[in-house]
Write a protein that binds this ligand. Structure first.
Ligand SMILES: NC(=O)c1ccc[n+]([C@@H]2O[C@H](COP(=O)([O-])OP(=O)(O)OC[C@H]3O[C@@H](n4cnc5c(N)ncnc54)[C@H](O)[C@@H]3O)[C@@H](O)[C@H]2O)c1
Length: 200
């Protein structure tokens, strides 16, 4: 992350910042002095009440119109968007042979289309500013294959391809686009996966 000069404000959007890794990201950014906006399906009341989060907008990242409204609300609140952490994500576990179209679409609509819609909404702001950073949360499942997670893995491989391509498109505006690939993190996603494995 960019080093901050004294008195400088850096405004950061964290999608899915209400719980799990997103909550930890929001807390760490706040502790490091950044101004944090969380965009999530769930309101992070405890983070707002304790001053960790300066702005919350309800968003469903699968809906381009919801994304557009939420990003405008952040712009109205902060007047700028310096960093976007595209962290919101879902996962389910299923054998490909048993997988429904709905399950495939659910993973892609949040993990991949959500990253696209959020990126498309903030890029005009960052291009005007001639600066910005976008960090997409992919996964180790986006660089290797995993049984029972073919749909999730494919959605995260897509995030990496998207990230590399957009990075080349917008570098000329001073905008950096990168992806991170976490391994196992004990959050509600993992609780669901462990419960699924225990039943199988
Ligand atoms: N937990 C892991 O082991 C692990 C490993 C690799 C990558 N990841 C990735 O890290 C990111 C965070 O995962 P997590 O483990 O913290 O999950 P989590 O389920 O604990 O939190 C996900 C957050 O995203 C929000 N969210 C879900 N769908 C949304 C939607 N349609 N619109 C807006 N917000 C939505 C949820 O409300 C929640 O706050 C995800 O992209 C996930 O794929 C997780």
């Amino acid at each position: 992350m960019a080093a901050m000069a004294e008195g400088q404000r850096i405004a950061i959007i964290v999608t899915g910042g209400s719980r799990g890794s997103g909550e930890a990201i929001s807390r760490r950014l706040h502790d490091d002095g950044y101004t944090v906006a969380v965009l999530d399906l769930l309101a992070p009341d405890y983070l707002i009440n304790t001053g960790v989060v300066q702005h919350f907008s309800h968003v469903d990242v699968t809906s381009a119109s919801s994304v557009s409204i939420a990003v405008q609300e952040v712009l109205d609140a902060f007047g700028m968007v310096d960093v976007l952490c595209n962290n919101a994500g879902v996962s389910t576990m299923q054998r490909v042979v048993d997988m429904t179209e709905e399950e495939w679409d659910f993973n892609f609509s949040v993990n991949t289309k959500g990253v696209f819609s959020m990126t498309r909404a903030v890029l005009p702001i960052m291009m005007r500013q001639q600066r910005g950073v976008i960090i997409n949360t992919a996964s180790m499942a986006g660089v290797k294959g995993l049984p029972l997670l073919a749909h999730y893995a494919a959605s995260k491989w897509a995030v990496i391809g998207f990230t590399k391509s957009v990075a080349l498109e917008v570098a000329q505006y001073g905008i950096r686009v990168n992806a991170v690939c976490p391994g196992f993190v004990r959050t509600s996603i993992q609780e669901r996966e462990l419960a699924w494995e225990a039943q199988s």
